[in-house]
Write a protein that binds this ligand. Sequence first.
Ligand code: GLN
Length: 180
Amino acid sequence: MKVGVLAVQGAFAEMEAYWRAQGAEVFEIRQRADLERGMDMLALPGGESTVQGKLLKDLGLFAPLKERIDGGLAVFAVCAGLILLAEKIEDPGSRDATRPETWFGVLPVTVRRNAYGRQLGSFRTVGMFDGQPDVPMTFIRAPAITAVSPDVEVLSTFDGAPTAVRWRSITAFTWHPELN
Ligand code: GLN
């Protein structure tokens, strides 16, 4: 499988290492020309969604990636990546909540950024993921998923709220599976 990892900001090195360890062929997406390589799956790493959204626009990556995602490209999204995909961001004070053109807005969920607090609100836990017990879960300035549409499959929860979801060809996490 050929995986394109968005590598403009954030934890892309960890994402690349993770997919290489799964035997995937991995390449970095840093500029438009990188998209010509073609991919079976797009991986959106954790980081700062506001920065990533801005860079996606500035680098001319936003529109071509959105077209591929809307067209059904498989996407594996972590944390900031999930925020970029979410249809709604419930974050009234946030600049990006008022600028929907800076995120993909395709995944029918609502997210609240930095829902557990900022850096000091980061934590680890262990839980059930997709029927598998004892999966380590690392939350780093994580968002919370506060609403999902009925056709979204919930793969894990924390305190009763969804923390990983699958919808069509998109799998998205509020925690960082690639770190464990
Ligand atoms: N707090 C970040 C944001 O709102 C996400 C953090 C992460 O990706 N681990 O974009």
